[in-house]
Write a protein that binds this ligand. Structure first.
Ligand code: GLU
Length: 505
C-alpha cells in the first residue's frame, strides 16, 4: 500500500453505540494499526433532530473501554479537524454549489406537500415515485424552470434543496474490497438530496467531502451503507477526486440467524447489545452493557473480531495486538454473521482464567467495597486463587464464595433437611471440641485431625462433613471445606458451627 492508510469511524450521535457499530470501529482500528495508519473518529451530527445528549461521550468511552482509541477526533485534534460535522457546517455549501456549476446537481423547489402528492398519486397506480432523470424535467427544479424563475425563487428565499443529477442509464463498475466487483445500473437511482436551504448538508455530501478533505484512504463500514455506494462513487467522480477504497462489512444477525440484530434485541433476548450500560436521557430506561455485566474488553473484542472475519486457522483466542497482526480485510466474509451470546461467555471465561490473579482481586475488592465488606488485599487474593477456576465473571467469585467474607445468614432448607438430623447438633458440639484442640488451623492438619476423629467415632463421613459445610457455607457448595476453614480461621469456624447449632438444632 503506497499512500498512508487513514480510516475513519463516522457514527451519528443518535443514541448508544450498538455492538455492530463497535465491530465497525474495531475493524477500522485493526486495519489502521496493521498498516501503521491513522484511525479517525468523525462525529456525523448534521441531523440535529436526531441528536441525543450524551451519545458522543458514550461513543468515545466505548472505544476507550474496548482498547481501540482513535488517533484523531473530537478532543484529539489532528491536522484535519474539526471532527464534528456540525463544526464544519460552513464548508459544505461551496461544494454543493460547485456541483451545480458543473451540471452535476440542481436546485429543486418542490414543496414537501407537492412531493407527497406525487408519492400518493404513484401509490394509487401501484407505482413508486422516484425523483430522477425520467421525470425531473416535469418537476419544479432548476433544470426545468427558466433562469428568471430560478432567480426569483432564490431571491425570495424560497426553501430549496440541492439534488444530485444522477445519470439516466449508465452501468457503474465499482469495486468493494470484500464483495469484489459490482455493476450498478443508474437508471433506478433517485436524485438524492445533498444540501438543504437551512444550510445543512445531508449525510451523503458531508460524508464524501469530509472523507476527501480528511484524506481517508479506506471506507470500512456496515453493509447497510451499500445502497449509498453508487451515489458516493458518482460524487467523487463529479468532484474529480480519487475515491477511497470501500469495504462493506456483513450484517450481524440475531442468534437464530433470521434478521439483523437490532438495538431492541438486547432486552428481548437477554444479552447486552451495547458495550456499556446506557441510560436513555428521555425515558430514563437503562439498557445493559457488556462492561457492567462483567465482561472483559478482551472478550468483547475477540468475539466481535470473529463476527465477520476469521484468520483461516483453528486459532480462536486473539488479544488485540494479535488481532492487529492477523487481521486481513480480504478474509472478511460477505454473508451475515450470527451473533452468539454463549460464545461471548466462552471468550470471557478464557480471559478470566488467563487474567492475572492480582487484577481479578482488585476487581473483587471493588465489589466488596460496594457491599461494605472489609478484607485485606492478601485475603482477597487467596480467595481468588481458590475460586477463579470455576468463575466466568469476577462477580461469580462473590456469588460462589461469599462465605469467605460473611457468615451465612440462612441455610438452604433442602440441604438442611438432608444433612441436619436429630443427632447432628451433638455431633457438631463434639466437632467444636476437636477443632478447639487444634492449634495449627491449616487445611492439611485440620483434615488429618477431623478424619481421624470421624474414623475413631465410626460415623459416616457425610454425617459430619455435610452439616459442617452447611454451617460454614449455608449450602452444599464451595471448594474444599478445610480450605474454607483455614481461610476464615479457627474462631470464625467455631462461631459458625455454634450459630448453626443454635438455628438448626
Ligand atoms: N454516519 C454514518 C453512520 O452513522 C456513517 C456511515 C459511513 O461510514 O459512511 O453510520
Amino acid at each position: 500500500m503506497s499512500a498512508k492508510v487513514r480510516v475513519r469511524f463516522a457514527p451519528s450521535p443518535t443514541g448508544p453505540l450498538h455492538i455492530g457499530g463497535v465491530r465497525t470501529a474495531l475493524y477500522n482500528y485493526l486495519f489502521a494499526k496493521k498498516h501503521k495508519g491513522d484511525f479517525v473518529l468523525r462525529i456525523e451530527d448534521t441531523d440535529q433532530n436526531r441528536y441525543v445528549e450524551g451519545a458522543e461521550d458514550y461513543i468515545i468511552e466505548s472505544l476507550n473501554w474496548c482498547g481501540i482509541p482513535f488517533d484523531e477526533g473530537p478532543g484529539k485534534e489532528g491536522d484535519y479537524g474539526p471532527y464534528r460535522q456540525s463544526e464544519r457546517k460552513e464548508m459544505y455549501r461551496k461544494y454543493a454549489e460547485e456541483l451545480i456549476k458543473t451540471d452535476n446537481a440542481y436546485y429543486a423547489f418542490d414543496t414537501a406537500e407537492e412531493l407527497d402528492a406525487h408519492r400518493k398519486d404513484h401509490e394509487e397506480k401501484g407505482k413508486t415515485f422516484i425523483y430522477n432523470w425520467h421525470n425531473r424535467q416535469k418537476l419544479k427544479n432548476s433544470l426545468a424552470l427558466s433562469e428568471d424563475e430560478i432567480r426569483d425563487k432564490l431571491d425570495a428565499d424560497e426553501d430549496y434543496v440541492i439534488r444530485f443529477k444522477s445519470p439516466a442509464d449508465e452501468n457503474l463498475h465499482i469495486k468493494d474490497e470484500i464483495r469484489g466487483n459490482m455493476d450498478i445500473d443508474t437508471s433506478t437511482l433517485d436524485d438524492k438530496v445533498l444540501f438543504k436551504s437551512d444550510g445543512m448538508p445531508t449525510y451523503h455530501l458531508a460524508n464524501i467531502v469530509d472523507d476527501h478533505l480528511m484524506e481517508i484512504s479506506h471506507v470500512i463500514r456496515g453493509e447497510e451503507w451499500l445502497p449509498s455506494l453508487a451515489l458516493h462513487f458518482m460524487l467523487y467522480r463529479a468532484f474529480g477526486w480519487d475515491a477511497p477504497k470501500f469495504a462493506h462489512l456483513p450484517l450481524i444477525l440475531k442468534p437464530q440467524g433470521k434478521g439483523k440484530l437490532s438495538k431492541r434485541d438486547g432486552d428481548k433476548l437477554g444479552f447486552p447489545v451495547f458495550p456499556l450500560e446506557w441510560k436513555d436521557p428521555n425515558s430514563g430506561d437503562i439498557s445493559a452493557g457488556y462492561r457492567e455485566d462483567g465482561y472483559f474488553p478482551e472478550a468483547v473484542t475477540n468475539m466481535l473480531a470473529f463476527l465477520g472475519w476469521n484468520p483461516g486457522t483453528e486459532q480462536e483466542f486473539f488479544k488485540l495486538n494479535k488481532l492487529v497482526e492477523a487481521f486481513e480485510i480480504s478474509r472478511v466474509h460477505k454473508g451475515g454473521a450470527k451473533f452468539d451470546p454463549e460464545k461471548t461467555k466462552w471468550f470471557q471465561q478464557h480471559y478470566m482464567h488467563e487474567a492475572d490473579d492480582k487484577i481479578i482481586a482488585e476487581k473483587l475488592e471493588k465489589i466488596l467495597q460496594l457491599k461494605e465488606i472489609e478484607a485485606s488485599s492478601d485475603y482477597v487474593l487467596e480467595v481468588v486463587k481458590l475460586m477463579k477456576e470455576r468463575a466466568v465473571f469476577v462477580n461469580d467469585i462473590w456469588e460462589q464464595g461469599y462465605f469467605f467474607f460473611v457468615a451465612p445468614t440462612s441455610y438452604d432448607p433442602k440441604n438442611v433437611k438432608k444433612a441436619w438430623k436429630e443427632d447432628t447438633s451433638n455431633l457438631m458440639q463434639e466437632l467444636i471440641k476437636v477443632l478447639k484442640e487444634q492449634e495449627n488451623f491449616k487445611a492439611e492438619g485440620l483434615q488429618a485431625k477431623v478424619k481421624a476423629w470421624i474414623q475413631d467415632k465410626e460415623v459416616g463421613f457425610g454425617k459430619v462433613m455435610q452439616p459442617f459445610r452447611l454451617a460454614l457455607v449455608g449450602a452444599m457448595q464451595g471448594p474444599d471445606l478445610y480450605e474454607i476453614a483455614e481461610m476464615i480461621g479457627k474462631q470464625e469456624t467455631i462461631s459458625r458451627l455454634e450459630n448453626a447449632i443454635k438455628t438448626l438444632g
